[in-house]
Design a protein around this ligand. Sequence first.
Ligand SMILES: [Zn+2]
Length: 97
Amino acid sequence: MAMIVFVIFWIICGAVAATIASSKGGSALIGFIVGVLLGPLGIIIAFFIGNEKAAAEAQIQSGDRKKCPRCAELVQPDALVCKHCGHEFDTKATPIG
Ligand SMILES: [Zn+2]
């Protein structure tokens, strides 16, 4: 009987982690897997799964970073070339010389 309680507890951890990850803008599936595998620790990790993406979105919204259209990595707003993939941004808006 104790085993069933243990299993249910772990599944609930997965569900809670999935809900947290999803509400933070992350993947509910990843949150669930982490929650089931790690239990209460997975719930804590779920906060960081979502926060990472939410933080990136916040940086784009506030203009601290822009998203590279080619590799989807965040780069400096003043960057002319993506440091991740070498994509050259449209520089027409920023006259040089
Ligand atoms: Zn790039």
